[in-house]
Design a protein around this ligand. Structure first.
Ligand code: ADP
Length: 296
């Protein structure tokens, strides 16, 4: 099964063009949708999840025409939205049970077994009687995955799942996501390059509603190999370097900016060649640098 997104466009009433003719094929496995804040990721995720309408275009999941067969899509969809509103003072067990009812699991015994199995799976069984409202960020996200897994979904969408998690929570969340079956499409929407690097065999980059890249992370990295140069500079040199070179990124290391630039030839001037990584790919795409090297 694959998810086929064709020519999707969406402009909000205030004139913001959130999606500009986006076409994308998403195979089974973990797929990373990478883009900076405001890129259009949530708009795309909500459209696929049948929560909002595009202006034009189509979305097909296997036999399901997503935009017209909303009910069919929802039966096979697990969705962890960016903002997961929780009911105060309802235990994890009760909340999950309620969600399973909504998802059409009518048999009480079957439902109970499912709820317990899901709580075990996301490692919340020992906390099942606690109110979800009192959970930590990481526990809430794991609860979010448990509810997304109800009903054996074929398509799972997780929107910005690791924002606000500490490194330990993030790792636990990664492990959990990576255990989800191989025959499922999991779309992980994120602005965090690390999320995609660790988890996804395929990815896309979007910015300002435009699809900039789609394919394997390694393919994108290989295209930049040999053309990434690094240098530690003084803050006062930043502007001049930004003007002189194709600046990809700047990171503070011990308080000093370390910059990466894109250059096919050796720029000398104290630069050293470094291996390209996914972060370089991301920034080079988002900054629209060197179409020859970073073609979509
Ligand atoms: P992302 O998830 O990548 O941060 P969004 O899809 O949320 O991006 O937003 C894409 C663009 O559309 C942004 O400029 C955002 O401000 C705008 N936008 C999102 N939702 C609305 C809305 N309901 N009305 C108007 N503009 C919106």
């Amino acid at each position: 099964m694959q998810l086929r997104i064709s020519n999707l466009s969406k402009t909000y009433p205030n004139g913001t063009k959130a999606l500009n003719n986006v076409s994308l094929d998403i195979p089974t496995g973990m797929f990373g949708l990478l883009g900076p804040n405001g890129a259009g990721k949530s708009t795309l995720m909500r459209t696929i999840a049948t929560l909002q309408e595009p202006d034009s275009g189509s979305v097909q999941l296997g036999d399901i025409d997503v935009l017209t067969q909303k009910h069919e899509l929802r039966k096979v969809l697990g969705y962890l939205p960016q903002e997961f509103g929780v009911y105060p003072r309802v235990s994890a067990t009760d909340l999950l049970n309620h969600m399973a009812v909504l998802k059409g699991i009518t048999n009480k015994k079957e439902r109970k077994e499912l709820v317990n199995a899901l709580l075990e799976r996301v490692n919340l069984y020992d906390h099942r009687k606690k109110a979800v409202s009192g959970y930590s960020g990481g526990m809430r996200q794991r609860f979010g995955i448990a509810q997304a897994l109800i009903g054996d979904p074929k398509l799972i969408i997780v929107d910005e799942p690791t924002a606000g998690l500490d490194p330990g929570e993030r790792n636990r969340f990664y492990n959990l996501l990576s255990e989800i079956g191989e025959n499922v499409i999991v779309i992980l929407s994120t602005h965090i390059v690390q999320d995609v690097k660790q988890l996804c065999s395929n990815m896309a980059i979007i910015n300002q509603g435009n699809l900039l890249y789609s394919g394997a992370p390694d393919t994108a990295i290989n295209r930049l190999q040999g053309a990434i140069w690094e240098k530690a500079i003084d803050k006062s040199e930043m502007e001049q370097h930004a003007q002189q070179y194709q600046l990809i990124s700047s990171k503070l290391v011990s308080g000093k900016p370390v910059i990466h630039i894109l250059s096919e030839d050796n720029p000398h001037n104290g630069f050293e060649r470094v291996d390209a990584d996914l972060e370089d790919v991301f920034f080079a795409n988002v900054m629209g640098l060197q179409p020859k090297l970073v073609e979509a």
